[in-house]
Design a binder for this molecule. Structure first.
Ligand SMILES: CC(C)(COP(=O)(O)OP(=O)(O)OC[C@H]1O[C@@H](n2cnc3c(N)ncnc32)[C@H](O)[C@@H]1OP(=O)(O)O)[C@@H](O)C(=O)NCCC(=O)NCCS
Length: 150
């Protein structure tokens, strides 16, 4: 378990401490995971390397890393609660991610962002050097359909 201190904010990778309800509450109103069901969040947490930011017992920030611990890592679901923003907490989270012992020597890191490029640039991310080499499948409505039972 990695632990870092950002003032009174604690960063932990202890999966048992991740607050599924708090994480789901944020993600369900995010621009990238609107309406995400609780069981999807729980499964994603169970199968990811998770970094939580905690104010005492309260989870106030999160990063989820999907990785094989050998070649690749995908950074997802990065957030800090509104009232804690602007204090460097996402930078502390990203520093913990990049420093994690299990995530060294990877060939590729990946992430998607609408407007936080300037955050990730500080941790080594760049725009795709050759977008033609990358492909994707995106089902943007999947959670909303699941919620509607379709
Ligand atoms: C993005 C977010 C995680 C930043 O958290 P934070 O703890 O307030 O950020 P920090 O105080 O650590 O500072 C972030 C740094 O990235 C920079 N930055 C670049 N784009 C940014 C953006 N869209 N939002 C916030 N900061 C941004 C800031 O200028 C700051 O750099 P600086 O300190 O060198 O000036 C937070 O605003 C958030 O949760 N936003 C909503 C969810 C979201 O958009 N997540 C990212 C999805 S890819």
């Amino acid at each position: 378990m990695n632990q870092f201190d950002a003032g009174e904010i604690e960063i932990s990778t202890d999966r048992a401490r991740m607050d599924v309800d708090a994480i789901r509450a944020f993600l369900a109103r995010s621009y990238w995971a609107e309406g995400i069901p609780r069981e999807v969040v729980a499964t994603a947490i169970d199968n990811s390397l998770c970094f939580g930011a905690f104010d005492g017992a309260r989870q106030i920030g999160f990063v989820r890393v999907v990785t094989d611990y050998a070649t690749f890592a995908y950074v997802a679901d990065v957030y800090v609660l509104e009232e804690y923003r602007g204090r460097g907490i996402s930078k502390t989270l990203m520093a913990a991610v990049r420093a994690h012992a299990g995530l060294q020597g990877l060939r590729r890191w990946h992430l998607a962002t609408r407007d936080a490029h300037g955050l990730y640039r500080q941790f080594g991310f760049t725009a795709l050097a050759d977008p033609n080499r990358h492909m994707e499948i995106v089902d943007a409505e999947v959670y909303l359909r699941q919620r509607a039972g379709k």
